[in-house]
Design a protein. Sequence first.
Length: 128
Amino acid sequence: MTNPQSMARPTAAELDILNVLWANGPSTVRVVAEALNRQKRTGYTTVLKFMQIMAGKGLVVRDETQQAHVYRAAVSEQETRNRFVDDLAGRLFAGRPARLALHALTAEQVSDQELEQIRALLDARRGT
């Protein structure tokens, strides 16, 4: 995958497209457009243009060996999340991801299952 530090930050519309590619794997523009249309009306040519721009930014890779070009995400979902968290923590929480996590936990209702996952992560970080 790419270096997260050199990766372009996707826009909201580009994230929508990446979410489809992460969920479905390599896909044609038509498949992505149909998936996006289930959420909000999006034209085929609009999706095509976005995916062409994303290829230029290095966010997707286009396979031109088939008649219908197939696109795949060039960045992983985890890399992208890490990049956004790092940016947000840097700008709003003095570069401290822990402060971001504490804020998120106090600002939102957390389910018992999520609390168990957080507890397991903390235990693993402590080595217990």
